[in-house]
Design a protein around this ligand. Structure first.
Ligand SMILES: Nc1ncnc2c1ncn2[C@@H]1O[C@H](COP(=O)(O)OP(=O)(O)O)[C@@H](O)[C@H]1O
Ligand SMILES: [Mg+2]
Length: 352
């Protein structure tokens, strides 16, 4: 009997392709979003006949496949034709008109960007885009600081489909009438996956990421239940990776219930890791809150040493709250009010 048969050797790993657990990874197989992809594709179809396409407003909670489904459609366009330029911009990172245009330059391989202002650059880019048709995806559009770019895209491009993605269902109502009357988008609302779909998706991702048979059925169930509870596939991806790491630390050849449970205990970290998509400023604010748990908004704002106005600061807090990274509580004090801020979410899971 080998006493150490179940022990993971130095050179062994439970992961086969850990990358497949990254949130940005593009899975080959994209189940359960056929309808949504079909709807997006229908809006783009007129471009194939050299007519103008329809614009699309894509909304739904975070972590339910809006980005990945849209990117899949872009990949298909790329494989299908050279007449349509598929362009994807993430507005978390590119949050001004200028940065967005630079990112478009990057996508189309236009290099003469130096010493040009927004208008000059857009002049060059729009000429190139107008030689063909284009599908332009602005993901996380609510993070853009000024919407002038939307106006330019709508006015200056002849044949295009503009796809706007955001978790904020009410986003359109924040747009100026001039933009809205030109956009007239079709809305596609993504609904969270049900429990079976969540299970299936995570099973597939784990199969790509992990060595065969290392994830026990029981662990997978625990992980997918948690992911379903939070209506966010990223939770499940985080848990598979975390449980795998814990099992490796324990030199185990299987990821069992104990590791899945331990990983679930670390879910609070997920929220922080998840904040890697935060802007530098939000990150700074989040860290301040972490160090000053329970203080009031005014107190924390003061700690920022007037880097930003209180109004901007409060808007940032709201965004962090929406992302479940912090929670805020308003209390009456004498004639006035104060709002205290806590790191992490105090919401119950079913409120997510
Ligand atoms: N149907 C699916 N099949 C495989 N992976 C999926 C599916 N739906 C979502 N995912 C994965 O879940 C994670 C979150 O999806 P994402 O598209 O980023 O969500 P959203 O844009 O709605 O916030 C990503 O890693 C994505 O690859
Ligand atoms: Mg997304």
């Amino acid at each position: 009997m080998g006493l150490f048969d179940g022990v993971l050797k130095d050179s062994e790993s439970l992961f086969k392709e850990e990358l497949a657990l990254d949130f940005e990874y593009q899975p080959k197989l994209l189940k359960f979003r056929e309808n949504e992809q079909f709807q997006i594709a229908s809006s783009i179809k007129p471009l194939f006949q050299k007519r103008n396409g329809c614009n699309v407003f894509i909304t739904g909670k975070p972590g339910i496949g809006k980005t990945v489904a849209t990117k899949h459609v872009l990949t298909e366009i790329e494989q299908e034709t050279n007449d349509i330029l598929p362009i994807y911009v993430n507005c978390w990172q590119k949050d001004t008109s200028f940065k967005i245009i630079l990112s478009i330059c990057d996508s189309i391989g236009y290099k003469f960007t130096q010493n040009k202002n927004t208008d000059e650059l857009w002049g060059d880019v729009s000429k190139i885009l107008n030689k063909r048709s284009s599908v332009i995806v602005l993901d996380e559009i609510d993070k853009v600081q000024d919407y002038h770019i939307l106006y330019s895209l709508l006015e200056d491009l002849y044949r295009k489909s503009i796809l706007l993605i955001t978790n904020d269902k009410e986003f359109l109502s924040s747009l100026d009438k001039r933009i809205l009357s030109r956009l007239i988008p079709e809305t596609i609302e993504f609904k969270p996956y049900n429990d079976k779909e969540t299970y299936e998706i995570l099973k597939n991702r784990a199969e790509v990421a992990l060595v065969k048979n290392v994830l026990t059925e029981e662990s997978l169930r625990l992980i997918s239940e948690k992911s379903f509870e939070m209506r966010d596939i990223r939770v499940g991806l985080f848990l598979v990776r975390e449980a795998g790491n814990i099992a490796e630390q324990r030199l185990k050849k299987k990821i069992e219930k104990e590791e899945a449970e331990k990983a679930i205990e670390k879910l609070a970290d997920f929220k922080i890791k998840n904040s890697s998509s935060l802007t530098e400023e939000q990150d700074k604010i989040l860290n301040l809150i972490k160090e000053n748990n329970g203080k009031t908004t005014t107190e924390i704002h003061k700690l920022l040493e007037n880097d930003i106005s209180y109004r901007t600061f409060f808007r940032k807090l709201k965004e962090l709250e929406e992302g479940n990274l912090i929670s805020m509580k308003e209390e009456n004090i004498g004639p006035g009010k104060k709002t205290t801020v806590n790191f992490g979410s105090t919401k119950k899971l079913d409120e997510f």
